[in-house]
Design a protein around this ligand. Sequence first.
Ligand code: SAH
Ligand code: SF4
Length: 348
Amino acid sequence: MTREEIAQALGDEPRAKMRGRQIADWVYRRAVADWAQMTDLPADFRAQMAERWSLQPLEVARHVTSTDGVDKLLVHGGDEQVFECVLLPYADRVSCCLSSQVGCPMGCRFCATGLGGFDRNLSAGEMIGQYLMLQRLTERRISHVVFMGMGEPLLNLENLVKTLRLLHDEVGLSYRHLTVSTVGLVPQIYELAELKLPIHLALSLHSTNDEIRSQLMPVNKRWPIAEVIEAMRAYSRATGRKITIEYLLLAELTDTPTQAAELARLIQGMPSVVNVIPFNFVATEESFKRPSRERVRAFKTELKRRGVNVTERVERGHDIAAACGQLAGQHAGRFARRPTSSALPVLS
Ligand code: SAH
Ligand code: SF4
């Protein structure tokens, strides 16, 4: 809820407007989850509210900390359908990675979440709740948010936009520090472009060849590469933002010099950066492989030679299965989700 919605929900409470502002300040800006700590509210009001409203809709099913300082929470909203969120501290900033759905219906063949099936969309409360829980784990302020956890955010557009607005209006984050990653749902990309929120949009492209991309990502059969790139160009024009192209490197499949050259051509003239992601091992029927360091370097060099801005996703939290869907996959025995494939999540 926004501060206005909180005030409204307080009904005929005296000074509802001010109370709404105070509560929003405690909950969103200071990440407080306990009415007793809201010391500028009258004690009897706090006691009353504690009976009526829960400030903590999520429960932690598991909390793991990696050797490189990454915290990962496996949470649920009482229904025992688990989803993941990750705290990512860097030297110059603290970022976090949130889930938008429990599971994902898009069925990408290399993805632990996609292979695990789909349960439901997350509410805006469950999304911002992940942020607030992670904020409580650190003294530093989380300034950046990426929607790269479980799920396809653009399939949950209404709640996603509500969450983005809460992160901006109530938590106080810059839209420029919010990133939404999509598998490439063309109509929703145009819809988001129309809202003109200056957030960062990242496209999971992963191949420049329609045949290969369709094998990896069923969504490509509906919206092939040319259409999704056109939509991303429109998004960039509408918002003035640079586009991120995420590019998964699968050995001998998507990491070829031909596709590097095609990629450079495909995004020519579009303000963009390519983020290459060496495959994070997931056991699948296809037995995808992570490319060697030499092949990753060669792919990047080929792009750079053609004038493309390239970054590489640094893998973190490897020892805690921090990649998309991996921890929830390990947990499937205890909080059963509906698997759609026989593929097993990796147990590293
Ligand atoms: N559904 C959205 C956002 C969540 S996935 C999307 O697909 O874009 C976040 C990113 O992790 C995507 O780029 C996805 O392709 C990538 N990813 C999924 N499984 C992976 C794996 N096994 N190794 C490396 N990256 C993976
Ligand atoms: Fe869903 Fe993204 Fe995984 Fe594809 S990569 S199955 S869209 S979470």
